[in-house]
Design a protein around this ligand. Structure first.
Ligand code: PLP
Length: 483
């Protein structure tokens, strides 16, 4: 049976269901499959032409034993998860006409119009499936830089066995993103707007870690998380790399490049693992904005926390790419001793400088870049003017990085991931296009509907968050589930 272990080496191996429901491993590490399944050329060849959902079924089956979820159950969960997506292809690819063999992978056709829908559609439905089967209830707590929160709230809304608390840094996400969370009427959804966060969304993760460390609280409310510390998110995100590859290549001997707008490294970690499973990706580009956390890791060999900047690509205003620690488990041949040393060291000092050998090993097959806001906005304008195609600021960051790194990347086909719909960032789009009239491509019917609905939200200052939040959560638990 495929076992899941902590990347820090502590605790006992667990099965898939436990890894998903627990979120964090017992030693505070991140769950990883003990070994990664390998894909042969023949398998890849056979998967050509599969729909997104059928391909997902094949890939997930490599990680999930049939004794845990049967074939029919897995197919049903996938079907339910992806039915609310607007495009039949789920994640269509758009070929740019002003670049050579460059495709934009549109990951934003889910119900809350960002790539978080792609992973969370499956994960939240999976978690609820396990809970219904055991007749148990869980409390999900997630922090968001604008997109994880809406997707978690949407997929958890009305689910019988889940409560979801979604924390967002008030004023640091767009009004459109905020309303996606606050206009849901369901009694099991609890958005929390937190003002005065000195380090943006990363601050909220720190408070969630403290709630986890409180054993009495964690046990009573049965806390768990579906942010990308959860293995299920990373696993599900490997699928879009396989899908994109199979859509653009002529044969499975071809290699491609992929550029990814990144913050917490969850999406890129999935790309790195897909490649380690055997997907022919030559280079993965870590595309950052001015908060260059991954650019520092891949260009300087340093994992360090720096002051945060507010940028036009606000969903990647992230300082701590914690999924990088998960990738190291596979890159450094399961060296849990060093990973533990670095993770613990970073918690204490906010700084880790890797030795030369480690740096050379993990950066193999990665390039990085960080875009300024000016470069991001200029590129949105250029692509709109040249080909009437509207990139969101995060898609623009990924295309910008691949433009800058063109020489190093070479002539292989390129997929740039577009992780959000422009309608989540109308002000930035208007600024980029020097217009006050938002173009049609930067509007979306779900965003327009949310503008007309009542909001329901907890509000709190960051300085009081830990106490105020645990109090609100426990009170809600006692009122709805009994003491
Ligand atoms: C639109 C968008 N793009 C990219 C990211 C970064 O993803 P990751 O944290 O997986 O690197 C996020 C979320 O954090 C996002 O919301």
């Amino acid at each position: 049976m495929l076992q899941f272990v902590s990347n820090k080496g502590g605790g006992k191996p667990v099965d898939f269901e436990t890894a998903i429901l627990d979120g964090f491993a017992v030693d505070g590490g991140l769950y990883v499959p003990e070994t990664l399944p390998k894909i042969s050329k023949e398998q890849l060849e056979n998967w050509k032409g599969l729909s997104y959902v059928d391909l997902a079924f094949e890939i997930l089956s490599l990680f999930i034993e049939r004794s845990i979820i049967s074939e029919t159950e897995l197919k049903d969960i996938l079907q339910t998860a992806y039915t609310p997506f607007e495009k039949e292809e789920i994640i269509p690819l758009h070929k740019l006409s002003s670049r050579n063999e460059t495709y934009i992978m549109e990951l934003f056709h889910g119900p809350t119009i960002s790539f978080k829908d792609v992973g969370l559609a499956f994960l939240v439905n999976l978690v609820n499936f396990f809970l219904e089967r055991k007749d148990e209830h869980l409390t999900l707590v997630v922090a968001t830089t604008g997109d994880t929160g809406p997707a978690t709230a949407y997929f958890a809304a009305g689910k019988s066995n889940l409560d979801a608390w979604v924390l967002y840094p008030k004023g640091l996400i767009t009004e459109e993103q905020e309303r996606q969370m606050t206009t849901l009427p369901h009694a099991n959804i609890h958005p929390v707007g937190v003002s005065d966060c000195p380090d943006g969304g990363d601050d909220l993760d720190a408070v969630i870690s403290k709630l986890y460390a409180n054993n009495r609280f964690k046990k009573k409310l049965k806390l768990s998380s579906v942010n990308s510390i959860n293995w299920g998110r990373v696993m599900m995100q490997t699928v879009h790399y396989f899908y994109g590859y199979l859509q653009v290549v002529d044969n499975v001997d071809e290699k491609i490049n992929v550029s990814v707008p990144s913050g917490g490294f969850g999406n890129l970690c999935a790309g790195g693992l897909a490649r380690k499973m055997g997907l022919p990706i030559k280079t993965l580009v870590a595309a950052n904005n001015k908060n260059a956390c991954l650019d520092r890791i891949f260009s300087d060999g340093v994992f360090s926390k720096a002051p945060i900047f507010e940028t036009a690509s606000s969903a990647i205003d992230i300082l701590i790419p914690f999924n990088f620690w998960r990738y190291l488990y596979f890159s450094l041949e399961k060296d849990t001793t060093n990973i533990k040393k670095w993770m613990d060291g970073f918690k204490e000092t906010g700084h880790v400088a890797f030795d030369k050998e480690t740096f050379e090993t993990y950066k193999e097959g990665f390039l990085s870049n960080s875009a300024s806001d000016e470069e991001t906005l200029d590129l949105i304008k250029e692509i709109y003017n040249k080909e009437s195609y509207l990139l969101d600021p995060h898609g623009a960051v990924s295309l910008h990085a691949s433009d800058v790194l063109k020489k190093e990347l070479g002539d292989e086909k390129l997929i740039c991931l577009a992780t959000a719909h422009p309608a989540k960032f109308p002000e930035t789009i208007n600024k980029a296009l020097h217009t006050s009239i938002t173009p049609k491509g930067a509007t979306h019917h779900t965003v327009e509907t949310a503008k007309r609905l009542c909001e329901k939200v907890y509000l709190c200052k960051y300085a009081h968050l830990e106490e105020a939040l645990s109090d609100a959560m426990e009170t809600n638990w006692d009122l709805t589930k009994g003491k």
